[in-house]
Each structure stands twice: as C-alpha cells, then as structure tokens.
Design a protein around this ligand. Sequence first.
Ligand code: SF4
Length: 407
Amino acid sequence: MTMQETQYFRASLGMKQEIAPAIAADYHSGIVNWLRANGHELQLPGLRIRLAKEFGFCYGVDKAVDMAYEARLKFPDRRIILTYEIIHNPSVNQRLKQMGIVFLSGALKDNITSDDIGPSDVVLLPAFGVPVSDLEKLRAKGCVLVDTTCGSVVHVWKRVERYARDGYTSLVHGKATHAETLATVSQAQNRGGATIVVRDMEETELVCDAIRGKRPMADVMSLGPKAFSAGFDPELHLQRIGVANQTTMLASESLAIARRVEAALSDRHGAENLAAHFRSFDTICSATQERQDAIIALVESGDLDMALIVGGYNSSNTGHLLEIAGEKTKAYHICDAGELIDRDRIRHRPPGAKETVITEAWLPAHDLTIGITAGASTPNRAIGETIQRLVELRGLVIPSEVLNCSG
Ligand code: SF4
C-alpha cells in the first residue's frame, strides 16, 4: 500500500458486509420494508397511511454512515474524531457518539479542538465536505482521513472550480453558513474565484436590480459579510456570473433564481453577449430532486388530510419537503416519533421558523389519510417509529407481519 492509501479513504473501507448487521439493527424498519413491498400504503380501520415513493436515506448518506461504521470497526483502538455532524439527523449523530466517536463541533461537540488532533487519530469528514483550508490543515497532521463527502457535492465543487478558472464569479443558491455551502465556496475561492451566496429570490432580486443599474452596486453588500468572498467588489465581480446551488435547495426556486440572474445579465450586457457573462448548471442532487418530486406527487393526489415530514430540524432538504407539502395540505415537520406527544398535541417546526411549536387538536377523530415522507438524512427506523406512534394514538395495532417485515 502507498502512504496515500493508508491515510486517506474516499470510499468504502472494504468492510460493508461486516457492518451490515449493525446498520440494519440501528436504522432499518419492518414497517417501512412492508410499505415498500405493498404499494406504499397501509390501511387500518379509520386510518390510511401513504408513504411517498422516494424518501429517507439517500445514496450519499448511506455511504457516509457506512464509512463511519467501517472506520469504527477498522480502527477499534484509535480515537475517531468527526469534524461536524456526519449528516443532519440527531439520532444518527447520537448513535455515532455512543460508538465512541468524538465530535469536534456542532450540537454534540466534545471537549476537544483541532489543535488536539494528532497522527494517531482517525478523522471523519462529513457528507457535506469541509472547506479546503480545513482539509489542508488535517492533511498536515498526518492523521488517517476518512472522507465521506458525497459525490454529488464534489460534482458542485467541480462546477464552481470551472467557473473560477474561466473568470466567472460563482453565485451559489444556498445558506451561507451551511456546511456544504461553506465547503463549496471554498473550492471556488481556492482557485482564485469570487463567490456570492443568495438564500432566496428576495436576495436574488437585490443582486439583479444592482446588475441592471436600478440601484447602487454597493447595496448588494447588505447581504452581509458571510455571503461574499474576501475582497468582493460588486462592480467587478457581478460582471460574469456562474450559478450553482447547494444540492438540497428547493429545485424550482434554484431554477427560477438562475433564470432571474440570466435575465438581469442579458438586460445589462445585451442578449447577444450573454454567453460571455452567464453560465448556469443545476446542481440539485438527484436524491433531493426525487424526494421533492415524490412529495409533490403524493400531495397532488388530493386525498391527504395531512402530511408528516420526518427529519432533523437543521436538515435543509427536509425543510424544503415541508414547504412543498404545505402548499397543498396541512403539513408538520417533526424530528422523530417523540414529537407526536399525544392525540391532542404535536410538537413541530413550521416553515422558516427557528424553534418548534406545539399545535393542539392536530389529530381529528374522523377517518384520516396521512401522507408521510422523510428527508435524505432520516433513517427508516425514524419513519417506522412515527407510523407506529400514529397508529397507537388512534388506538390501533400494527399487524405483526407488518412490524417484522424483512423486505
Ligand atoms: S442529499 Fe444529495 S448531496 Fe446530500 S448526501 Fe444525499 S445524495 Fe449527497
């Protein structure tokens, strides 16, 4: 083996078979297995449950969680440090902590700083990736690196690197403080490119008005320092723009933002010169797109009384599933089954809210059809437990062949 191979893992550590039983025990659900095999519907007296066609763990999350378990098995006697949450799901991160994995930052942060990391440590990088400078610092420490960055995130990095190389500013539709977006803009900046992050259409309109000359360029800086690369000069850096997006944004909004920027640059420089000033590439990942399409199909079927969206409250893609569902039906974002407090009360996070709220009288006694989906970082177990809790609250019982279905 070369030095590179012994110290840096970017794919499976070759122990998938060995970890499979633990992964199944921790995250799989008989109820979800049964639903998958039976048209995604469970009919009980007075309660029909419909599961979206695509939901839960995506390929990137599967890979990241597998690699964390593999690392634990491969390096049983070494300290394993996770730089941040591996994915945005509290139960998965908590499970890793129980396995003795140490957290460098985030809600589960342990009493450790990056200065404490040494050559004998194994460092896990999360599915969102890490900024270039962090990776360089870790490489210099000589520790083993287990890099779980999702391939779809790397795909975005390649896109913004190309924008930077060709002299385009990367305009990223995302959250400026989200781990994935921080890593993405660092890739462009590392190639000498300028970056600007817009969170939504309102921020995009501000940028577009400045491009068209409808307001001073300097107004753009009101987006705040976190939105820009160092030394960002709107006069200079809004001339040539390449659009990309955080992989988990609302696909329809990302598309609309790209079209709005394109129109503004066309107005400013003339349609005939647009190619020299605008580039765009949809970098929403296929897993996000499929989950958004599936909840659209579920709520547009028109027979839901409500939808439950299961996933971490800091999970961007879960929040977007809520937004989509909420346009057509009553929808609640819950992080797990524990949020279904009782028949009268549900704790949930409304769209755009920072905190959870409790809503009363959420579960009417009449016949109900309830749709369920889950973000890309939500294990099937959390979905199954939610369904089980719902059924219990209606005073019903799930048949044992459903509960114990092995798929
Ligand atoms: S949501 Fe998309 S980008 Fe994120 S880990 Fe999953 S597949 Fe990868």
